[in-house]
Design a protein. Structure first.
Length: 478
């Protein structure tokens, strides 16, 4: 029995991942519960495990009293009996008396077993829950076990995961025993334990695949601005890099498209477009409509994020995509409402004639004043920064740079180090050109003869021809 207990403890530690101290504490508690069931209290009980858990020893602490004062056999021991165990025993001393587990009645033993079993089951469940909760957002591999009402149950080793139909790509099908790679999207407690929910349709699943296959994304040399998906059909990934010697799109696609092909194969043939992120919304929209070639992009309504993309006739179907998928994904990627049409449609439709006038007037104004670049369009800007700045009436990069630097922490409630980081982001992404208008200061003089206006660089009055000379005040530069 002792060897069986030792093996059970080692198994719980290695297979269930339960910490050793928790197992020992649970066994102690179960034995104390049996002790209390038998003797009415467990306050005087001591539990000791033998070396390598080869057995358990139980002791009862008893106070030595005189034979006449002896009343409680659970907590006390008479002096005469105590001296049989320890010759030097004296009244008031405490002895540890071995307790034979066989003294426990059947009910006490059963209570101990049930308490230990239930406690260990709870600990095992809580340990596994914590383990999988920490893995939310990570990819895991399991095996198809069974299916019920469209939900696939996946063997994840220690636990069973559920793979709901809504998180399955319409392009994919599975059979018993199939290997399934999926993202852990949720770990939720239930009445009987907990559920590990898996997905292959989330955008985050693609992000993790990209980190696995593209080292530059994993080490943050290339960063992902945003990912949008139509699961089973097409994914668009906007990428950028701060390094001028790296083409982010080319690095993601890989030599002869090998890297993007690997991702597409894992997604069962789903098309994947890598898009170069650009802070300029016109360029970003142009890039987002790939693989279509865009002739021109017009910003129709900046406040409402409405834009128009004009394409050649043969590019229209490509820009729109099957069932409008390409332009819909571009809308979501850029966060703009993009309308696509050919140049002929654009010019002939009466509504678009007015639209063209509005667009032309907008762009003529832009050419004079320049496009206003917004802080929220910069990569790396935290939502709380944007909200705090907008609350202070600062939306554009120009407004931020023109604001008094010393007043910004109090005005925006943003920490000084965060404001410094925002300035770094602006410097990394925007070329700031400072135009200095130097005006020559000229002083006005009058001719002493005729009163005509003259300047210091004149030798003769242009009006009356009198010779001119100027006296320079002491202390002034000539």
């Amino acid at each position: 029995m002792a060897s069986e207990m030792a093996e059970a403890i080692r198994q719980l530690i290695s297979e269930k991942g339960i910490p050793e101290e928790l197992i020992i504490k649970t066994l102690e508690d179960s034995i104390l519960a049996a002790y209390k069931k038998k003797f009415g209290t467990s306050e005087n009980a001591i539990i000791r495990f033998k070396e390598n858990y080869e057995g358990i020893e139980i002791y009862a602490k008893k106070t030595i009293v005189s034979d006449d004062d002896f009343e409680d056999e659970v907590l006390e021991i008479p002096l005469e009996e105590a001296r049989k165990l320890a010759e030097e025993a004296e009244i008031g001393d405490i002895l540890e008396i071995p307790v034979d587990p066989s003294e426990f009645d059947f009910q006490s033993v059963m209570l101990a077993k049930q308490t230990a079993r239930q406690s260990l089951r709870d600990i095992s469940r809580d340990t596994l829950y914590a383990e999988f909760k920490s893995k939310v957002g990570e990819i895991i591999i399991g095996y198809y076990q069974r299916e019920r009402n469209g939900t696939i149950f996946v063997d994840l080793g220690k636990v069973e995961g559920i793979f709901p139909r809504k998180y399955q790509s319409p392009r994919e099908s599975y059979h018993v025993g199939d290997r399934i790679k999926a993202l852990i999207v949720e770990v939720e407690k239930t009445k009987t334990g907990f559920q590990v929910v898996l997905s292959r349709t989330h955008a985050e699943f693609v992000r993790k695949l990209l980190e696995l296959e593209i080292p530059e994304i994993y080490d943050k040399t290339i960063e992902i601005f945003k990912i949008v998906r139509e699961p089973g059909y097409r994914t668009k990934v906007a990428v950028y890099t701060k390094r001028t010697d790296i083409d982010p799109v080319g690095a993601c696609v890989g030599p002869k498209g090998m890297r993007s092909q690997l991702i597409s194969q894992e997604l069962e043939g789903e098309k994947i477009d890598f898009i170069r992120y650009d802070i300029n919304p016109k360029e970003f929209i142009r890039n987002a409509l790939a693989p279509a070639q865009i002739k021109e992009v017009y910003i129709v309504d900046d406040a409402r994020h409405m834009a128009l993309a004009v394409v050649e006739e043969h590019e229209l179907s490509i820009a729109i995509g099957k069932s409008g998928q390409n332009v819909k994904l571009a809308n979501r990627l850029c966060d703009w409402n993009i309308d696509v049409m050919t140049e002929e449609q654009y010019l002939q439709d009466s509504r678009n004639v007015e639209l063209k006038k509005a667009a032309d007037s907008l762009f003529s104004a832009e050419e004079e004043q320049g496009e206003e670049l917004l802080l929220k369009d910069l990569p790396g800007m935290k939502p709380e920064w944007i909200l705090a700045l907008e609350s202070a009436g600062i939306q554009s990069i120009e407004q931020f740079l023109e604001a008094e630097e010393s007043e910004m922490p109090q005005r925006t409630s943003i920490a000084a180090e965060d404001l410094a980081r925002i300035r770094e982001i602006i410097e990394e992404n925007v070329e700031i050109v400072q135009e200095e208008a130097e005006e020559e200061e000229t002083e006005a003089y009058s001719c002493p003869e005729c009163g005509a206006p003259i300047t210091m660089d004149m030798d003769h009055c242009p009006s009356c021809g009198v010779a001119l000379s100027f006296e320079v005040d002491e202390g002034r530069d000539e």
